[in-house]
Design a protein around this ligand. Structure first.
Ligand code: FA5
Ligand code: MG
Length: 413
């Protein structure tokens, strides 16, 4: 494996992404492995399951919403560069300066000013500034996160935004006398300080109707769902939509009434709007019965060919190529002061690639005398397409230990 391992990028040279050049600096924490995912654009790859889902969502919006000329109302953007500024990713969305999502332990920084987008919401303000009132933005997003069959450092989101002026929002109301979008009042759990209750209720209704329409278009009308109130810095009120999947509630999207300050700053101060962001992998895993998120990155023809359909609406049930056995190995070490588990997760994925199925922190121990802390992680290895020998796993496990010792200043026990 050693020939494939390059955990660090060379910070002395600029890197080129989507035709733009970026100088690297102290903040840089992207790895060669993560950079190798940039530009893969699985959502645009013909017959890829994420592409099928994207097309189905697009079909729903094209068929359901037309403007006065009979053209699709929602514009679709699926080729925006995933490198965005911290302003686009956080500030334009009113994310507080000290919010955890900004930290280097959660987000991939190209340099101090540029990140790999952590969500497609990073494009909201720009597209609104360009004058768009209704759009979808689909793309790959990057997060330093835990590792298991449902989490991968790269996944795909579809953002949706719709804005209304007063005339559009109240068009279906018979008696419009005295109705308006804005007022000066107090923020409470139902609405923002600048919105009228009638405007917010109509926006909420339109948002939920649109999203339930999409969900039933994908899953059929018998799908069970529930709305859960939540918090986002860029919407209020905010909800998550959960659907019933294999007897459990699964979160598929976040949404809400857009913060008026965001719209005002993007030059749409006369309008009110809703926004949502959903995970394509989540939807695809339920729709096609895909058990492991690594399936989306497989190059195995036996996997890919299961999605070769002419019509994206064709029902598909995924059949795993085979369930090869897991190999389990634990690793214990003393951690340095500025260590976070995400550093280790990232390193293990970098060195072990898709052979790593899951990592769990199974034990934490603080030495009473030295006050040093030790972590023990369990790594589950499994190849999706063939058997792995224990010897192969041992070589890889040792290499992970050596790389962690060198790069993270941990001390193996
Ligand atoms: C967001 O990313 C918000 N930007 C969503 C949003 C947009 C809210 C617009 C309001 C208005 P969240 O981190 O919850 O929120 O992610 C949104 C969706 O992405 C989740 O519901 C889930 O479907 C998917 N998702 C999140 N994390 C992962 C992950 N690690 N792996 C796969 N899918 C994920
Ligand atoms: Mg969420």
């Amino acid at each position: 494996y050693s020939s494939k391992v390059a955990y660090n990028v060379d910070k002395t040279k600029p890197i080129s992404i989507f035709g733009a050049s970026y100088d690297l600096d102290q903040t840089t924490n992207v790895t060669p492995r993560i950079l190798s995912k940039v530009g893969r654009n699985l959502h645009n790859k013909h017959s890829h399951p994420l592409n099928l889902i994207k097309q189905r969502i697009q079909n729903y919006f094209y068929r359901s919403f037309r403007n006065r000329n009979g053209n699709p109302l929602f514009a679709v953007f699926d080729n925006l560069s995933p490198v965005v500024t911290t302003h686009q990713c956080f500030d334009s969305l009113l994310v507080p300066k000290n919010h955890i999502s900004r930290s280097v332990s959660d987000t991939y920084y190209v340099n101090a000013e540029h990140v790999l987008r952590a969500h497609t919401s990073a494009h909201q303000a720009d597209l609104i500034s360009r004058g768009l009132d209704a759009f979808l933005a689909v793309g790959d997003v990057y997060r330093r996160d835990e590792i298991d069959s449902k989490h991968y450092p790269v996944f795909h989101q579809c953002e949706g935004v719709r804005l209304f002026n007063s005339h559009q929002l109240f068009s279906s109301v018979a008696d419009k006398e005295g109705l308006g979008l804005f007022e000066n009042s107090r923020r409470d759990s139902n609405k923002q300080e600048t919105h009228t209750m009638e405007a917010v209720k109509l926006v909420e209704h339109d948002l939920k109707k649109t999203l339930i329409g999409m969900t039933t278009h994908l899953f059929g009308k018998d799908i069970e769902y529930q709305w859960v109130e939540t918090y986002f810095p860029f919407t209020h009120p905010s909800w998550e939509l959960e659907i019933k999947y294999q007897d459990d509630w699964l979160e598929v999207l976040g949404c809400g009434v857009m913060e008026q300050q965001l719209l005002n700053q993007a030059g749409a101060s006369g309008k009110i709007g809703w926004a949502f962001g959903l995970g394509l992998e989540r939807l695809a895993m339920c729709l096609y019965d895909i058990p492991d998120i690594r399936v989306f990155w497989s190059g195995d023809r036996r996997i890919l060919s299961q999605f070769y359909v002419k019509d994206p609406e064709t029902p598909i049930t995924f059949k795993p190529v085979s369930n090869y056995p897991q190999c389990i190995s634990d690793m214990s070490f003393w951690i340095p002061n500025d260590y976070t588990s995400n550093d280790y997760f990232d390193l293990v994925r970098s060195v072990g690639g898709d052979l790593v199925e899951e990592i769990t922190l199974i034990d934490t121990f603080k030495h009473p005398k030295t006050e040093k802390t030790s972590h023990c992680y369990r790594i589950i290895y499994r190849h999706m397409e063939r058997n792995m020998t224990q010897e192969e796993v041992n070589v890889l496990h040792t290499l992970i230990g050596q790389t962690a010792t060198k790069e993270l200043q941990i001390e193996l026990r």
